[in-house]
Design a binder for this molecule. Structure first.
Ligand code: NAP
Length: 511
């Protein structure tokens, strides 16, 4: 019997009859997620993929965040791919230029360069159910792909606060993730809005140069000593000669960090000891009782991201710094007015107000079966199965999807778990002749019920507002457990949770 199917049977990696290029896999983004997937594919001998990058260089958030003092608050040895340890980290907490250089080096080392399309921002990705493929649009033109993997990352779209009058500010205004290196801050009256992970890193760097710095703090963060130190030449030579030693150090750091999950997820009461440490840190660094009071958090440590800094509090004690805790009422062309009516003249405003995390902009350009927008599917909160697949969106994989973020250790570990899951799925598809995989709605619902049940009682729902929570107060961001538990669940692709469609025979094939 001959099976006639009306679909494009173009071989992968080639142009279709209509001149549209087709690939097996299209990856969005060149941060740790996108590059990690690209490298893993290459290592498995799969070369039929492209990586779509909106910018002109790789690196994701580590390319975009170039503010002074930008560094990672996860120890260097853990913040790298397990298959590409870097013996040359110069500090125990790597500065941004080193992480960015590491990612660029990975591109060269694994031959990913030819797969990357620069200036290829994802404008639209629509699932074509008839052709069983993704139709993708970027400024570089159309493309189709069997599989789409979103590695655009949760920290890629800066969030600009909705403060009345901000648009009309006539001085210089920029977000910390889009640092204006061409703008000389020397002697300027600078306002910084926000006291999160970014602000606490750059405030100490700019404080000595600026004329006056006004720091607008809405909620004081919990801050622990950072204890960053250089890694000696001898130590680095040892890691180069004996990678097993570095792997051992990595393992020790991993274990120590996992213990942190105990307090955050299972026993928030354990955090009381850490709070004591943080309070001592504040007391040791800030003598002025009024300033100390402003900087003391009144919510549970860990509810928001725990920050590490040795130089932030001291910077705030300098005579050219004022910490303002009154809410901002409005921004005027040359000043900021707070609720108490005080008007402060400023030349520059730096907003360090975080990112669109729970309302990922990329979700507004991905359409699944029936044209359903991912953003609409997530109207009541983002959810996915294992943070990786979404019902109604065949052959779509999310990297760092809902409920895979962490408050205690390296995201690279979670990313690698997801990569193993995706690769196992691709292998299963090839082995069994499966053309599409789509998670069953009931599997996704059961999984998300479990997530939300396990999140109850965690420190993240202990009463503070944070970017971990969506507009409905639901934590759609963090993984509620140990990272090794997530790894166990993603080690193998689980076809039973999915609807699988067999590959259709090409037109005219004998059956
Ligand atoms: P963030 O942690 O979300 O902090 C944003 C800050 O802006 C908070 O202090 C927030 O106050 C304040 N804010 C937001 N909207 C405001 C408004 N309308 N008016 C006044 N204040 C407002 O952002 P981030 O510092 O850029 O860091 C984001 C994430 O990036 C971090 O949590 C971390 O995961 C990552 N990061 C990591 C590192 C690292 O070392 N690995 C470094 C930088 C960033 P509230 O607390 O009151 O909301």
């Amino acid at each position: 019997m001959s099976i006639q199917v009306e679909r494009d049977t173009t071989t992968t990696g080639a142009a279709t009859g209509a001149g549209v290029e087709h690939v097996r896999i299209a990856i969005v983004g060149t941060g740790f997620s996108g590059l990690g997937l690209a490298i893993r594919l290459k290592q498995r001998g799969i070369a039929d993929f492209v990586v779509l990058e909106r910018a002109s260089d790789v690196g994701g958030t580590w390319r975009d965040n170039t503010y002074p003092g930008c560094a990672c608050d996860v120890p260097s040895h853990l913040y790298s791919f397990s298959f590409a340890l870097n013996p040359d980290w110069t500090r125990t907490f790597s500065p941004q230029p080193e992480i960015w250089a590491y990612l660029r080096d990975c591109v060269d080392r694994y031959g990913i360069g030819p797969h990357i399309r620069y200036g290829a921002e994802l404008l639209d990705a629509t699932w074509d159910d008839g052709a069983r493929r993704w139709r993708i649009t970027t400024p570089q033109g159309p493309l189709t792909a069997d599989v789409l993997a979103l590695g655009n990352g949760p920290l890629s779209e800066p969030s600009i606060p909705a403060i009345p009058g901000l648009d009309g500010f006539e001085g210089t205004l920029f977000h910390s993730a889009r640092w204006r290196h061409d703008h000389d801050l020397a002697g300027k009256r600078v306002a910084v809005i926000g006291t999160g992970a970014s602000a606490i890193q750059f405030v100490p760097r700019i404080q000595p140069a600026v004329g006056h710095l006004t720091l607008f703090q809405r909620t004081p963060p919990w801050i622990l000593p950072r204890l960053d130190r250089p890694i000696s030449d001898r130590r680095r030579a040892l890691y180069r000669r004996l990678p097993a030693v570095q792997r051992l150090v990595r393992g020790l750091i991993y274990t120590q960090r996992e213990i942190g999950a105990l307090g955050l997820v299972y026993r928030p009461a354990m955090l009381a000891r850490v709070e004591k440490l943080a309070r001592k840190h504040l007391e040791a660094q800030v003598a002025d009782p009024d300033l100390r009071k402003k900087l003391a958090p009144s919510y549970r440590l860990g509810c928001k991201r725990i920050l590490l800094a040795d130089d932030f509090y001291p910077a705030l004690t300098r005579p050219n710094v004022e910490v303002v805790t009154d809410r901002i009422r409005e921004v005027r062309p040359h000043s900021i007015v707070t609720e108490d009516g005080t008007e402060r003249a400023v030349d520059t405003i730096i907003v360090a107000t975080g990112f669109h995390v729970t309302d990922m902009p990329a979700a507004r350009c991905v359409r699944g079966r029936g044209g359903q927008l991912l953003a609409d599917t997530w109207r009541d909160g983002a959810q996915a199965y294992l943070g990786a697949t979404v019902a109604g969106f065949p052959n779509l994989f999310l990297l760092i999807g809902p409920n895979t973020g962490l408050g205690h250790t390296s995201m690279v570990y979670m990313i690698e778990s997801q990569l193993a899951y995706i690769l196992d799925c691709l292998q299963m598809m090839a082995r069994r002749g499966v053309e599409t995989v789509e998670v069953r709605p009931e599997a996704q619902a059961t999984y998300n019920d479990e997530m939300q049940r396990r999140l109850r009682g965690t420190v993240w729902l202990s009463g503070c507002a944070s970017w971990y929570l969506d507009a409905h107060g639901r934590n759609s961001t963090l993984w509620p457990g140990f990272t090794f538990a997530y790894r166990r669940r993603t080690r193998r692709f689980d076809p039973a949770s999915y609807a699988l469609t067999p590959r259709m025979a090409p037109v005219g094939a004998a059956g």
